[in-house]
Design a protein around this ligand. Structure first.
Ligand SMILES: [Zn+2]
Length: 232
């Protein structure tokens, strides 16, 4: 199991770690601040620095272990490295992630709809929602409401909770498909007293860091499913 440093401190840009396994260009570490793709948040890029610098091209979580794909072979188990996150990219993704939680709650409060899928990006982000009709006017209204919440500069906090206890919180999961089964503990992310959601992603500390989000467009994704595009 890799220790996930980003869950404790999402602002960690550099860290030291020991390589626990290497397979070709795939490298596992005892701990990492690199976010592996998951929950709609793309993975981090950056570098692992040992004797030479290795670019990190992708990061995935495979049964509890975070695997870093680097640009060349040469690292070996037992090596000590310094990890560096491409912070500009990660920070944009953190801002987008917190924004998407606020948008989800705005949509839930207004229409009772759930999230059927989402993809964050450093450019355009999308949120798929279980709603029958979504015209431009309505969508722009949801974005405006999201910006109103952002401007309140609410603090964001995360804590682990036993799953049984966490599931007593109303609307702790806004995913239409529900939470993955078999989790003993859930990480709960709260945004002031506005929103609370089970989530394993990285978030900013205050909503003012997000700035404003912009309406980009909507798309019909079939019966009772609409896609809403936005950007930072
Ligand atoms: Zn999330």
């Amino acid at each position: 199991m890799t220790e996930l440093l980003y869950l404790q401190d999402s602002y960690l840009k550099e860290f030291e770690a020991t390589i626990t396994g290497v397979e070709g260009r795939l490298v596992a570490l005892d701990k990492t601040a690199f976010y592996p793709s998951g929950g709609g948040q793309p993975c981090d890029f950056g570098s692992l620095v040992g004797e030479y610098t290795y670019k990190v091209l992708s990061v995935k979580k495979i049964s509890g272990q975070v695997v870093h794909e680097v640009d060349k072979e040469g690292l070996k188990a037992g090596d000590k490295i310094k990890g560096r996150i491409d912070w500009e990219r990660r920070y944009k993704l953190m801002r987008a992630h917190t924004a998407s939680h606020i948008l989800s709650e705005v949509l839930f409060r207004a229409e009772g709809c759930l999230c059927t899928g989402n993809q964050l990006d450093i450019g355009t982000c999308r949120e798929d929602i279980s709603i029958q009709e979504l015209n431009e006017e309505k969508a722009r209204g949801f974005i405006a409401e999201t910006n109103k919440i952002i401007s309140k500069d609410l603090p964001i906090a995360a804590q682990f909770m036993p799953t049984e206890e966490a599931l007593k919180i109303p609307q702790v999961c806004k995913l239409a498909k529900g939470l993955p089964p078999g989790l003993k503990e859930l990480r709960i992310v709260s945004i002031g007293d506005f929103d609370i959601q089970a989530d394993g992603g990285t978030h900013v500390k205050q909503t003012s860091e997000i700035g404003e989000i912009k309406y980009i467009g909507t798309e019909n994704k079939g019966k009772n499913n609409r896609r809403l595009y936005f950007s930072l």
